[in-house]
Write a protein that binds this ligand. Structure first.
Ligand code: B3K
Ligand code: ZN
Length: 885
């Protein structure tokens, strides 16, 4: 832990590196109680920075320097300076070779950054600034080097030795040790370095690229997981094909490897040729992983694979440009998932997530632009804004340029910048140059934080047959206090007539109508668009497909929303109309609860959902989405001041009413799909996902009725399902039910059956941590004592504490502040050994401004207690201090 106050780093201070590293030759000697890292760096003065020879300042943290040579001459104390995080020395020539040996301690590295041990295996995580915990280096993404890596370890415990690139030599060593050398022909920044040593098995396959090269594909796992790799392998091959077809991008090495590790701070890491994955993002088979887990594996495998071009071949100049690779790659993986599954459902899920979580971040103390201007700890900027909003920004470019224009732009980007470390401006420039457009104003999306609001008004002139839409955009203030200029907001829209048919769209001044759905660009603070030849007062369908990440408002009444739910040709907007209707109905219930009135549900919501439920022509996954009420977290996000109890009571009341009123329709849908599940073997495939999604949401409603036939159906599903999707849903509905005996038994049986599978036990923890029944905190505390819980394992922390504080709002926000105190204690504890996880878990407390004054005071007091606890990592310090500012 650092002693001095962490410093802010600014984008405006960026300077190119003083020195370059052309070659990096590493040798790792791995032992049980320490490891030695020998680095030979072939370096030269960066010609861009002029001729003089300033001191060379290398990054390095927690390293014990054993030896240091400059051009073969030993350096002695006095020839160099060492501090907490740097090694400084004076080069004597334009080009030189530096040899260092350092001792490090992967075996005690609990921060899981740099080289560390996960169980019995050695592995690395270097992004963003972890390489400096491995050796002294210019640990910044614009220093790109050719790496050769030799790994030496005891042969019996570590039969598999991996690094980036191609294997070039291996052999036995002394004392039962052996070694392997890997060479990566592509220059790369240190953050893409990887090493793995362990007792691993692998599943192998091959892929033939467009140009007929054969690539070996390997997924390495611990032996007991060898039967859970097929889905990831299939996903990998689909990703490789898709990137060739959609982006014209081929894989470039002869081998592509994925390694699954149990202790990992995030989902996965795109190291060149050697992706390292959280085991939760690789392992999946019917019996142990849900449909959602299967889809997540497919998406993450694709995401990391796609980074090979968007991130590795073309990388970031500095970490402020993180969204250059992350926003773009999320956009790419979303396109892939949309093509593999239901595109509309994928869009619905992404937008629901963005609106709930990214909008909250953008309205909170950690709000920052897609390209931040400053940070204290870069690890805190792997955010929903950089990733998800960043992807929306790329998506808007796609919308504005069209698919062909976008492809021309991405081709030019890859061609122009292959092998370089570049900026978001370079990306935009390629898009501009390839299409002959000017995106200057559009670039405000990269520099202005906050979620724009777009208020829309209408006026119809029956005599002139014109219809005008007036858009007013504004952006709320953010902590940077920056004045916001108008954004370019692409709004895809259509106009419906009273029969629900789409009216041809002709703007005033245009010679002829141009389709029934089109994109207009709102570029001014206030702007009116007038459509002509409009025979009757239309109903607008706005922001189709969520064409921009804004909060749009239009004064729809409930009947109009029901009309859109039925008739809109845009599937996303049909869903969204349903969500808006639900929000209106739920807000009314919230107000009734606050006034102490008895609650009455608007019957229009029941009838709207009844039509959805009985519509056999709708994709079942779509039906499932439409039946899902907006989450408590979303209702919180859209509240001025969130009333935790009223939100919970209102939503539960609505669910109960829907369950009772729609019982027959739900039961029919449930039984039909459950029957299919019984008769057909599990398949990880869109149509199957869809019908299980509907089956399971139906069951969760049905169980609210406490009917005995539902309980027996649930128990049967729990006992006899051949897959985790059905089994876990059955468990979850039991856990949230009043059937204490059945619940206890199911939890016990489940834990007994799956005690050997940590990923399944994570689900078991989450289901209980997320239960809104009273006594949530006590349950979580008891579960922390369970033998399967381990606070050092990030997946366990996320499964139990993350699920409680992030999803179980009614319990976490208990009026006595017990949830807050618990989380603060935990953050203080986590800060001591894993700052990144500590800082992530802190997020719910940063939202304090959303709540009533009593809760605000309690939450702030806990933030202050964390700040005062001392020994804070830069990670936690940054989030806490900004939250209190
Ligand atoms: N690039 C990594 C994230 C690294 C996070 C470092 N704290 C995974 C990804 O986005 O693909
Ligand atoms: Zn990524």
């Amino acid at each position: 832990m650092r002693t001095e106050q962490p410093k802010m780093i600014y984008l405006k201070d960026y300077q190119a590196p003083e020195y370059l590293i052309d070659e990096t030759h590493l040798t790792f000697e791995l032992f049980e109680d320490h490891s030695l890292v020998h680095a030979q760096l072939v370096m030269r003065r960066n010609p861009e920075r002029g001729a003089g020879l300033p001191p060379l300042v290398l990054d390095g943290q927690h390293l014990e320097l054993v030896s240091l040579k400059l051009d073969d001459a030993d350096l002695r104390q006095g020839d160099y300076q060492l501090d907490d995080s740097h090694l400084t020395l004076q080069p004597k020539a334009q080009a030189f070779t530096l040899d260092t040996t350092v001792r490090i301690h992967p075996e005690t590295n609990t921060a899981l950054e740099g080289l560390y041990k996960s169980g019995s295996m050695f592995c690395t995580q270097c992004e963003a600034e972890g390489f400096r915990k491995i050796t002294y280096y210019l640990d910044r993404p614009d220093v790109m080097s050719k790496f050769t890596t030799t790994v030496v370890a005891e042969q019996h415990s570590y039969p598999v030795l991996l690094s980036n690139g191609n294997p070039i030599a291996s052999g036995p060593g002394e004392d039962g040790r052996h070694w392997a050398t890997w060479e990566d022909p592509f220059k790369k920044p240190a953050y893409l370095f990887a090493l793995v040593a362990g007792d691993l098995w692998c599943v192998e396959d091959t892929f033939t690229t467009l140009s007929e090269r054969t690539v070996a594909l390997r997924i390495y796992v611990e032996p007991e997981n060898i039967d859970k790799c097929q889905h990831a392998m299939t996903s990998l091959k689909k990703s490789m094909r898709w990137d060739e077809e959609v982006y014209g991008r081929e894989y470039d090495l002869d081998i592509f490897m994925i390694v699954a590790v149990n202790d990992f701070n995030m989902g996965a890491m795109e190291n060149k040729g050697l992706n390292i994955f959280n085991s939760s993002a690789v392992l999946a088979r019917a019996e142990t992983a849900t449909d959602a887990a299967h889809q997540r594996v497919e998406a993450i495998v694709a995401h990391e694979y796609f980074h090979n071009w968007s991130g590795n071949r073309v990388t970031c100049r500095d970490w402020f440009q993180l969204s250059l690779k992350e926003g773009f790659t999320v956009f790419r993986d979303a396109g892939f998932s949309a093509d593999m599954n239901s595109a509309t459902v994928k869009r619905i899920q992404d937008v629901a997530y963005l609106r709930t979580h990214q909008f909250a971040e953008d309205a909170g103390p950690m709000a920052h632009p897609v390209r931040p201007d400053s940070f204290i700890e870069i690890s805190n900027f792997y955010t929903l804004t950089v990733y998800e909003k960043g992807s929306e920004v790329v998506g808007m470019i796609h919308t504005l340029l069209g698919p062909e224009g976008f492809r021309k732009g991405s081709d030019l980007y890859f061609e122009r910048h292959d092998g370089q470390a570049v900026t978001c401006d370079d990306f935009i420039k390629a898009m501009e140059d390839a299409n002959g457009v000017d995106l200057t104003q559009f670039k405000r999306w990269y520099s202005q934080a906050g979620t724009p609001r777009l208020a829309v008004g209408e006026s119809y002139d029956a005599a002139a047959k014109t219809y005008s839409l007036t858009f007013r955009q504004s952006c709320p203030p953010t902590p940077d206090k920056m004045e916001k200029l108008p954004f370019v907001i692409p709004v895809e829209l259509g106009l419906l007539d009273s029969q629900g048919a789409e009216i041809p769209l002709r703007l005033a001044g245009e010679a002829a109508a141009n389709g029934t759905s089109r994109v207009i660009s709102v570029t001014e603070a206030e702007q009116t668009f007038t459509f002509v030849d409009i025979p009757e007062q239309p109903l607008p369908s706005l922001l189709r497909g969520f064409s921009a990440p804004v909060k749009l408002s239009f004064p729809y009444n409930r009947d109009q929303l029901m009309f859109l739910m039925q008739h809109d040709s845009d599937g996303f907007n049909r869903w969204d109309a349903g969500q808006q209707l639900s929000v209106q109905v739920l807000q009314e219930l919230i107000a009734q609860h606050q006034q102490g009135a008895s609650l009455t549900l608007d019957p229009r919501l029941v009838s709207a959902l009844r039509s959805v439920l009985s519509d056999e022509s709708l994709d079942q996954a779509m039906v499932a989405e439409m039946l899902s009420l907006p989450s408590e977290a979303y209702l919180t996000e859209i509240s001025e001041v969130a009333d935790v109890e009223a939100i919970h009571v209102a939503r539960e009341f609505a669910r109960q009413q829907l369950a009772e009123n729609l019982f027959e329709g739900l039961w029919l849908r449930y039984e039909a799909n459950r029957d299919l599940s019984k008769r057909t073997p599990y398949m990880a495939e869109a149509e199957h996902f869809a019908r299980r999604a509907l089956q399971n949401i139906a069951l969760s409603y049905l169980m609210l009725t406490d009917k005995p036939e539902v309980l027996s159906a649930t128990l049967d599903q729990f006992d006899t399902a051949d897959n985790m999707t059905e089994r876990l849903t059955a468990l979850a509905v039991l856990v949230n039910s009043p059937f204490e005996t059945e619940k206890a038994k199911a939890l016990e049986v489940f834990a007994e059956n799956f005690k050997g599978n940590p990923l399944v036990m994570d689900q078991w923890f989450s289901v209980q941590a997320g239960s809104p029944l009273p006594g949530g905190l006590a349950r979580v505390k008891a579960l922390m004592e369970h033998p399967a819980f381990n606070i050092k394992n990030p997946n366990k922390v996320r499964a139990l504490i993350g699920a409680f504080a992030g999803q179980n709002l009614i319990n976490f926000h208990a009026a006595d502040g017990s949830g807050y105190r618990f989380l603060a204690d935990l953050v203080i504890q986590l800060n001591g050994f894993n700052p990144q996880i500590a800082s992530r878990q802190l997020a719910p407390l940063t939202r304090w401004r959303k709540y009533d004054s009593a809760r605000q005071a309690l939450m702030k007091a806990e933030l202050e207690r964390i700040l005062a606890s001392g020994g804070l990592s830069a990670d936690v310090f940054e989030v806490v201090s900004k939250s209190l500012a």
